[in-house]
Design a protein around this ligand. Structure first.
Ligand code: PEP
Ligand code: MG
Length: 844
């Protein structure tokens, strides 16, 4: 591309220098000629090279990439290093840049253009590494070709100088350096900028950039020759005004470490978690995440981090790109319809994807891009990433997980545009592979047969994503939110996935691998054995009856849950019915789904939780105000009370399910008895309207710490309590359940959570209310004895664990459970609690 096409005026107007721009389709910057590296910018987005002729060439990847502070960039060379044409200088994560930089268009310009001219440029065509693309004319093997020469202070003694503080967030990067150099060049005498004891020739962009200045640096402007004082004043004024960049007050933006001459490679990206080199074989590493699907697995790692897609920003014109895009969208839509037919159980997920793909805002944004000259790939990526970004910022974990669906669709459409079939999939992996990925997408799992994958580990993602639901249906132990350290796990590394504790052991010792393999085999055998008796009631060794129910999300889960031994459904999350549509499901649609689940349960109890969405969740048909902190805002029952007709419709649908008596209603996010009172009145009124004489049990979820503390008061109005440990833990520990940075400490066995559970049980006891647990800890075998010991009599777990859970509970004695629970209330941490449990039940 010619420089005029660069979306940055400083480059477009050749203020930085003359040259050309490249719209990259790869992720590497290679040396355009032999030379010496003058400097690698500390943000690793740019470097300067001096050719043997003395020409100084700035290579600048993307536009405004300095603001990424190194995120996504790796430097492969150091200042002063000699390089040959074609050597790797920088590499970059094209996905990071595509989503966070203004443009990927990268510039190659000669910055000491006074001595050199740019001749032939290969613009307007596709080029490859090794192609001759630019000729630089002029210069000789000059005496000043050492890298230090550019930093040389002008020989003449300064006749005037002035001080100014640098107020540019990213320091003197290419654009402001060019502006300053151009202003300095207007003065015939020498001009230098001194910063932290180092001096740079102010007429040289390279020299200025090489100072490594940061926000807040004190600069001294030194000028010699006539009119020096005026020139100082002018340059100080320009620097103070930001040299074309926004002016930032030092202290108001994070400055990066002041290390001017330090090798650029060693400076970590300050805004992002530092990700080190790959873990070395022989050194065991333990990573902690969040439980998604319990179970244990051993296997070799297959990395599935999102691949770098070669995406050209500029297209072949709207006439070509628009039909390409619409054809690709149509093809992916057809593939989704096909997947929905092939996997009817998961049909709703693929239908939801189809709906996302047809979202007019998304499609319009992409079409606007191609009409503006972008390639179909670029426009589609940009539009879907922008939408995903909006979704991922939402505080509600479940809605934020829809961002994963969009990223999935982005990749699928890109694959089709590249002529491949959508979704590389995991179906062809060797049996027992443990997939380690930034995020697994539903389409990855679409064709995967049960029993193929050993485990799934994700750096990101939340425990309730669509992909996790599919993984759970396949019975694959899964850990999410391991953090970016997971990127360091090499392909083929042996790992132990402990989905029960959300722990991933990388390069464990051979004996640990062998013993875990044995344990996994024993567990599989035991589970097969446990399934034989799973249908029987669950009674502890001392005769105490405990009910073990299943958590369900859709009609399709019901049969498996019953097979696994569920004695009913303790939590039907009705959100799925509401979230993936353009209008609220009608009473009839809801009734139909609830009745099917009740039928599938064959007369077993069914506890239906009323809608648990929040103000931030873009239910397009429910206008709610935007909230600063939606997790603490309009959530759960608060939405139902604000939109009573929505709640009443759902209540009516539940009330109609036959036979009367199997269904109960459960209300999420109760904080006060008054909320229960209002809902109960609604239930009674709707019951009267329907002419239903039979009462219906109405339960309160205990997820808000206040509700646990006043469970005695809530029990007056609730027929039963069910503790949602996922939210209770998030609120008690003040840790966002969807935030991978705190996931490792988000443990429902924290003594603070256990004390609240005891308080809830004690509050409910005088009124004889059942207290159940339906949050994640009901599926955690380590939690079971503690919960029972604290007085919980019903657990509602994920279907895959029920057979084992029931078998384990049958071995427990209440006396032991109480003793360990009592001890657990008196320790300091969840780790100590887990240690107490393991001491009593070493088989865990
Ligand atoms: C909980 O919070 O523990 C719970 C069961 O509800 P959800 O996970 O659906 O928020
Ligand atoms: Mg909850």
């Amino acid at each position: 591309m010619s420089l005029e096409e660069v979306p940055d005026p400083a480059f477009a107007q050749r203020l930085v220098g003359d040259g050309l721009a490249i719209d990259p389709v790869g992720n590497e910057l290679r040396a355009p000629c032999d030379g010496v590296i003058l400097s690698v910018h500390r943000a690793r987005h740019a470097c300067t090279l001096r050719a043997a002729s003395g020409a100084e060439i700035l290579l600048h990847v993307g536009v405004d990439t300095v603001a990424l502070n190194g995120t996504g960039f790796t430097a492969h060379v150091k200042d002063g290093q000699a390089v040959r044409a074609g050597d790797l200088l920088l590499s970059f994560d094209i996905n990071v840049l595509a989503s966070r930089a203004r443009s990927l268009v990268s510039m190659m310009v000669v910055v000491n253009g006074d001595s050199f001219q740019v001749g032939d440029c290969a613009t307007g065509r596709s080029v490859e590494i090794g192609d001759r693309i630019m000729t630089v004319i002029g210069g000789t093997l000059a005496a000043d070709s050492s890298p230090a020469a550019a930093d040389a202070v002008p020989a003449d003694a300064p006749t005037a100088e002035g001080q100014v503080q640098l107020c540019i967030a990213q320091g003197l990067h290419a654009r402001p350096a060019a502006a300053l150099a151009n202003a300095a060049k207007a003065h015939p005498g020498a001009v230098a900028i001194v910063c932290r004891g180092r001096s740079a020739n102010a007429k040289s962009v390279v020299s200025l950039m090489g100072l490594g200045t940061v926000l807040g640096d004190e600069l001294t402007v030194q000028v010699s020759g006539g009119n020096a004082a005026t020139v100082v004043e002018q340059l100080v004024g320009l620097i103070r005004a930001g040299l074309g960049d926004p002016v930032v007050q030092p202290g108001s933006a994070p400055a990066v470490a002041a290390a001017p001459a330090a090798p650029a490679v060693a400076v970590p990206a300050p805004a992002e978690e530092a990700v080190g080199p790959p873990f070395a074989a022989g050194e065991e590493v333990l990573l902690k995440g969040t439980i998604a699907v319990p179970g244990v697995a051993v296997g070799p790692v297959v990395r599935r981090f999102r691949t770098v897609q070669a995406v050209n920003e500029t297209g072949a014109g709207a006439a070509v790109e628009e039909p390409r895009l619409t054809r690709a969208l149509a093809q992916v839509t057809a593939q989704l319809a096909d997947a929905a037919t092939r996997m009817p159980e998961q049909g709703a997920i693929f239908q939801a994807h189809q709906a996302l793909l047809e979202d007019p805002e998304l499609v319009d944004a992409a079409l606007a891009g191609v009409r503006a000259g972008q390639s179909a790939e670029w426009a589609w990526s940009r539009a879907s990433q922008a939408h995903a970004e909006v979704l991922s910022r939402l505080a509600d974990a479940r809605m934020a997980e829809r961002a994963a669906d969009l990223r999935d669709l982005e990749q699928q459409v890109l694959a089709v545009l590249a002529g491949r079939s959508a979704g590389a999939g995991l179906a062809d992996l060797p049996k027992g592979s443990v997939v380690v990925a930034d995020e697994i997408l539903p389409s990855d799992l679409a064709g995967v047969p049960a029993g193929l994958l050993g485990g799934i580990c994700m750096a990101h993602g939340g425990p309730t994503s669509h992909a996790v639901i599919l993984a759970s249906a396949l019975g694959v132990p899964t850990i999410v939110a391991l953090g970016r350290q997971a990127e360091r796990i090499p392909d083929g590394a042996p790992v132990i996935v402990d989905g029960n504790r959300a722990e991933l052991r990388v390069f464990p010792p051979e004996d640990a691998l062998a013993s875990t393999r044995d344990v996994a085999a024993q567990r599989a055998a035991r589970r097969a054995e446990n399934r034989k008796s799973a249908g029987e009631l669950c009674v502890m060794a001392d005769g105490t009856r405990i009910e073990v129910f299943a958590n369900l999300g859709r009609v399709g889960d019901t049969a498996e849950a019953v097979q696994e031994g569920a004695e009913g459904c303790g939590l039907l999350r009705t959100e799925f019915l509401f979230l993936e549509r353009q209008s609220a499901p009608t009473e009839e649609e809801q009734y139909d789904q609830y009745q099917q689940i009740a039928d599938g349960l064959g007369g077993r109890p069914l506890i239906i939780r009323t809608l648990d969405v929040g103000g931030d969740k873009p239910l397009p048909y429910m206008p709610l105000p935007p909230e600063e902190n939606p997790v603490l805002g309009l959530r759960g029952v608060r939405v139902g009370l604000r939109e009573p007709e929505l709640l009443r419709t759902q209540i009516r649908a539940i009330l109609r399910v036959k036979p009367y008596g199997v269904c109960s209603i459960m209300v999420p996010m109760i904080a006060s008895p008054s909320e229960m009172k209002i809902v109960r009145t609604m239930v009674d009124e709707e019951r009267a309207k329907l002419g239903r004489a039979e009462p219906i049990a109405l339960g309160a979820m205990i997820e808000v710490p206040a509700a646990a503390l006043i469970a005695d008061r809530i029990s007056i109005l609730a027929d039963f309590l069910s503790i949602g440990t996922n939210d209770l833990t998030q609120y008690v520990l003040a840790m966002d359940r969807g935030n991978p940075h705190v996931a490792a400490h988000l443990d429902a066995l924290h003594p603070g959570v256990l004390r609240l559970i005891r308080q809830a049980v004690q509050g409910a006891a005088p009124l004889g209310r059942t207290v159940a647990v339906c949050g994640g800890s009901a599926s955690d075998p380590m939690a079971a004895p503690l919960l029972l010991g604290l007085g919980v009599t019903e657990l509602s777990a994920t279907p895959a664990v029920i057979a084992d859970l029931k078998a384990f509970i049958r071995t427990l004695r209440m006396e032991d459970c109480r003793a360990v629970a009592e001890a657990a209330l008196g320790v300091d941490s969840a780790e100590e609690v887990r240690a107490l449990v393991v001491r009593q039940w070493p088989e865990l």
